[in-house]
Write a new protein. Structure first.
Length: 307
């Protein structure tokens, strides 16, 4: 069986919608025809794309690997179809960002680059949650990414620009705001706003909390946690760069037991030559890191020199 773009498009749509019926409706096929196409595609590939043992369709390991290649291929095919229309348009720089530093660090840098190259550059940006990027990067191909990339990614090159120190963020009205540094014993009477238990950041900061810590709220976003703290609801551990958004209204208290998190610039191993605009954008982000009083790593400095 010849691989056809419609079969690949159907497969990608099933993954994105989580439903064979929804995918079939989206591309104007009957459910039985869509099921037959997926079965034929699996037969052609020689492995199962989906685990059908439960009620929902979930990707097999081979299916997840194929999904990444399929999405890249569909994007390339779309560019071919649109080539005659787009060949005179601006160059596109595709950026992936991790959410915690997006608003106050990455977006200002990207806007600076866009204004500098407004006649020649167009930007697309996808915001990923740390816990989801291992899979979401497949459906949103990118040229470069920025942020605290914690999980393992064998398909990416990455350089740690800096190691961001954690701090305790408390409203200025909170009793802990008077301290210069804190440890678990100092926080025994505090209530915490914590990240969801399926986040690696939560695992990292758990040891900084008292053994029987009291939880005021559990949220899935660092910026949401900081908004709670700003309103004097609990305290929150995060890195100093992420805490920049509330630094004017809250106290950022040093830790007696230092903890850092790496901030990376990363890109696909298949990317080839890094575009000049990537270095420009990284320099703007590095300026924000330095402005927060955080030193760059030697490898980060080398990257900025294009080495």
């Amino acid at each position: 069986m010849e691989l056809k773009s419609k079969s690949i498009r159907l497969f990608c749509t099933v993954v994105e919608t989580g439903s064979l019926l929804a995918a079939a409706n989206k591309i104007a096929l009957s459910a039985s025809a869509a099921s037959r196409v997926i079965s034929q595609l699996e037969e052609r590939l020689g492995f199962d794309l989906f685990d059908r043992s439960g009620k929902a369709l979930t990707l097999t390991r081979e299916g997840a690997d194929f999904y990444r290649v399929a999405m890249e291929s569909m994007r390339a095919w779309q560019r071919l179809e649109d080539y005659s229309r787009e060949r005179d348009r601006k160059k596109t720089l595709r950026i992936a960002v991790l959410a915690r530093h997006c608003s106050d660090v990455i977006i200002p840098a990207v806007v600076t680059i866009m204004k500098r190259h407004e006649e020649t550059l167009r930007v697309t940006m996808d915001v990923h949650a740390s816990r989801d990027i291992h899979y979401s990067k497949y459906s949103h191909p990118f040229d470069v990414g920025f942020g605290t990339l914690l999980s393992t990614h064998d398909d990416l090159e990455k350089t740690a620009l800096a190691h961001l120190p954690f701090c305790l963020v408390a409203s200025r009205q909170h009793p802990l705001a008077t301290l210069e540094s804190v440890g678990p014993r100092d926080c025994r009477d505090a209530e915490f706003v914590i990240l969801s238990r399926d986040t690696l950041e939560q695992e990292m900061t758990r040891r900084l909390m008292p053994e029987e810590a009291r939880i005021a709220a559990e949220v899935s976003s660092t910026q949401v946690a900081l908004r709670f703290v700003r309103r004097n609801v609990g305290v929150h551990f995060t890195d100093r760069l992420a805490a920049k958004s509330v630094a004017d209204e809250c106290s950022l208290i040093e830790l007696k037991e230092p903890l850092t998190i790496p901030f990376y610039v990363f890109w696909p191993k298949t990317a080839g030559r890094i575009a000049p605009e990537v270095y420009e954008c990284t320099r703007e982000i590095a300026a924000s890191i330095r402005a927060a009083g955080i030193a760059l790593t030697p490898e980060g400095e080398a990257f900025l020199r294009g080495k």
